[in-house]
Design a protein. Sequence first.
Length: 497
Amino acid sequence: MWWLKAAVISVSVFLVLGERDFPLGFIFGAATSAYQVEGAWNVGGKSCSIWDTFVHTYPERIVDNATGNIACDSYNKWKTDVELASELGLHFYRFSISWSRLLPNGFPNNISEDGKRYYNNLIDALLEKRIQPLVTLYHFDLPQSLQDFGGWTNPLVADWFAHYARVAFSLFGDRVKFWITLNEPITFCDIAYNSGSQAPGYISPGVGNYICNKNAMLAHAKAYRIYDKEFRSKYNGKVSIANEIFWLEADTVNDEEAAEKARQLMAGMYCHPIFTKQGGWPPVIERIIAEKSKENGLPYSRLPPYTEEEIELVKGTFDFMGLNFYTSRTVRNAKPGEEIGPWPLIGSSDIDVILGVRPQWKQTGVSWFYIYPEAFRKQLAWLKKEYGDIEILITENGCASSNLDVDDKVRVQYYKDHLEQVLLAINEDGVRVMGYTVWSLMDNFEWSDGYSVKFGMYDVDFDSPNRTRTPRSSADYYASVIKRHSLDVNNKIIDKL
Ligand code: PNW
């Protein structure tokens, strides 16, 4: 009687899995990135990346003129980092490879022994503790030697990146089963070229950002295709990209069209080419930028078009979707003649919308970051509606503070509230969320905010040569969630909230 058996199984699964439990197989991790933690910027043959150049050339663009020269000194303290990951009980640790450490001239004919040794040690130490390495190939730190040829605005960058990816797959693919090609191209294209607040610091709103965007999509796709063709059958890993997406919500019921347009600019420009059946740019944005370019007196669009071949190359290059989620904005149409502020993320004034925040969203220690947990579920549901029933890995989520509190109640509350929304997305909306990653394992170099903004579950003492790491309450809380595989944790931290 198969139905009786099925009924018994489903009842028992129901009994075992409460609504605050995560599905079996759901994985938990934490993340960092090379420039933000490694330090050792000129050690072991490593060449300069664009972030080395940026902080050394424009110290005034970084709070307190900070640099990542030493950062968390993870180049020397990687064993300690693996200890922290193990203390938390992480299933995986997401870190990035520094391209200019592994390939000092940017090209694959000179592989650094020191770079190889460093990443091999880190990967092996993680695996020894049964922690899966999840490796990001590119987290904002292009070799300066390639920037000298135009960096992300030179179409050849797609091949440069693909060659680097092949080296990394062949050196580490036997042990690394999860790869992220590019972290947040919106940050290194739109924020970078629209505002100059990120390396390379070159400002070209409405032009540079779009060229970078297209080249980044091609770079990702070429790397994915190489994995598919040359490595998948041997290593059987998964490859995708990590996109940063703010939840963009209609300000009033009349602003739904404006909000959808903004979503297509922020999410669509980096998702539509990869995750839809049609591929290419989101049609609404392609049309708007073509019209605007005409108004600017140009005989062509500032948005570089995709050829048919390129559309095919990029389309479908994912094994899951990586999502970095932090915060939200409201959206409304601009009034005629209203000045559109320089908003770096949905840059230039190509779409005539105004972004805002609601008064009830609490601001964190960072200017751009307001807390609205329900948005997380809305974002996940929108992605499912837009791109289909694909697996989503939360590749970053976390909370900023500007104080040194070891008892970081706000951060614990943020994790709890956001994980609740992940569970609702899974249980109520049927979104296939496969795992969750905290940004960040420890405090680190927070780009233009230097060390003034902290995201860590571990506090790092940047005044001590030892860069001592101390767990905060959020580390305790996250460790209990992982251990119980549930938000039903009765521990002293939650009692105190
Ligand atoms: C992400 N914004 O970057 C990055 O992947 C991390 O390197 C970074 O430390 C983390 O989020 C926290 O900021 C962002 O201005 C950079 O909206 C900028 C923005 C958001 C995320």
